[in-house]
Design a protein around this ligand. Structure first.
Ligand code: KG4
Ligand code: ZN
Length: 330
């Protein structure tokens, strides 16, 4: 049995087909290059591109999977959270497909799909209960996951998402978008403590807006003093990245320790960060936690994680269609 997934919550138009957790097709078209010059995502551009490509990525996925639309047993689409117009395109396409084929439609929570991403293309048993971290451009959230139908929010960012802080700092330094990718490349461990930047953390909540502002102020200050050269830039950005990824790791470590849970699952674009992955590995070694990370292909937005979760919810938990389901924007 196959599940088809649709993801259109932000700038990626994606369609995937899975068989259980095996990804048999996963096609994504990103409108990123049209947003780059604005330094962030422009919702209308994203929506128009979804409309342009949703049918094409779906046909490509069906062709790659070497199946027919009638072989699909369930259709899942991201219905929250995300950009309003962007979500509407994906959800309505999925509902139409579902009606035309007479197959069930499931609305999928994008954040839950990110937590499913480490389990794609493998047979690792689901490590319930686990602490889930979603770290992306729009989200920084910690969950307690007893099952993919029982997910409780423990904490979140109270201002900027961690990926958003990466993007805004990168923009201030004239780097490209998405900023995390560029800062990750520039990062040098030798300079991780050259500047002491601190992110906020209280209970299971985070704050990344203060550190972003501190970094941007520091840059202007050093520019005024004519002390800003390439070396200083690397020092500032390395120290900034270190403070963000360390704070994320401290947050999940505290949640797992306080709740007495040994398994930790991470997902979202920021989880592609090399230093974050390294710190998580260190945590696993030192503290006897078991940590599950997505492969790099499934860290950023993709429909494979949506299709995988739809398959699980339909097949294992008997979830049924709800055509009254409305999209929920950020
Ligand atoms: O999950 P995602 O594709 O979209 C959202 O749901 O937001 O995440 C995109 C975010 C961007 O903020 C981007 O800067 C960040 O993930 N990102 C990274 C890296 N690759 C992408 N942040 C840090 N290091 C990376 N290597
Ligand atoms: Zn995402």
């Amino acid at each position: 049995m196959h599940a088809l997934g649709i993801e259109t919550s932000c700038d990626e138009t994606s369609c995937a087909i899975v068989k259980g957790r095996k990804v048999v097709a996963n096609f994504t078209v990103s409108s990123l290059r049209y947003h780059k010059r604005y330094g962030g995502i422009v919702p209308e551009i994203a929506t128009r591109n979804h409309l342009k490509f949703i049918d094409k990525v779906s046909l490509l996925a069906i062709r790659k999977a070497k199946i027919d639309f009638k072989d699909i047993k369930v259709i899942g689409a991201t219905y929250k959270p995300g950009l309003l117009g962007a979500l509407l395109v994906g959800v309505n396409f999925a509902k139409a497909l579902s009606l035309a084929l007479g197959k069930p439609f499931l609305g999928i929570n994008h954040l839950h799909a990110h937590l499913f991403s480490p389990f794609l293309d493998n047979r690792i048993p689901f490590p319930f209960p686990f602490i889930g971290l979603v770290a992306s451009g729009g989200h920084t959230e910690i969950f307690l996951v007893k099952d993919f139908t029982q997910i409780k929010l423990l904490g979140r960012t109270t201002d900027d998402a961690c990926g958003e802080a990466f993007d805004k700092v990168a923009r201030a330094f004239g780097l490209g978008y998405p900023g995390g990718v560029y800062i990750d490349k520039i990062y040098s461990p030798d300079f991780k403590e050259s500047f002491s930047f601190r992110c906020g953390r209280k209970g299971f909540n985070f704050s990344f807006s203060g550190v972003k502002t501190a970094v941007i102020y520091k840059k202007s200050e050093l520019e005024k003093e004519k002390k800003m050269d390439r070396g200083t830039k690397i020092k500032i950005l390395s120290s900034f990245q270190e403070s963000v990824v360390k704070t994320l790791v401290e947050g999940i470590e505290e949640a797992a320790t306080k709740l007495g849970i040994r398994n930790i699952v991470c997902g979202g674009g920021v989880v592609a960060n090399r230093r974050l992955r390294e710190l998580l590995k260190d945590l696993e070694k030192k503290k006897k936690f078991k940590i599950f990370l997505p492969s790099l292909a499934y860290t950023t937005d993709n429909a494979a994680m949506v299709a995988g979760l739809a398959f699980y919810l339909y097949n294992k938990r008997g979830k049924v269609s709800n055509f009254n389901l409305e999209v929920e924007a950020n």
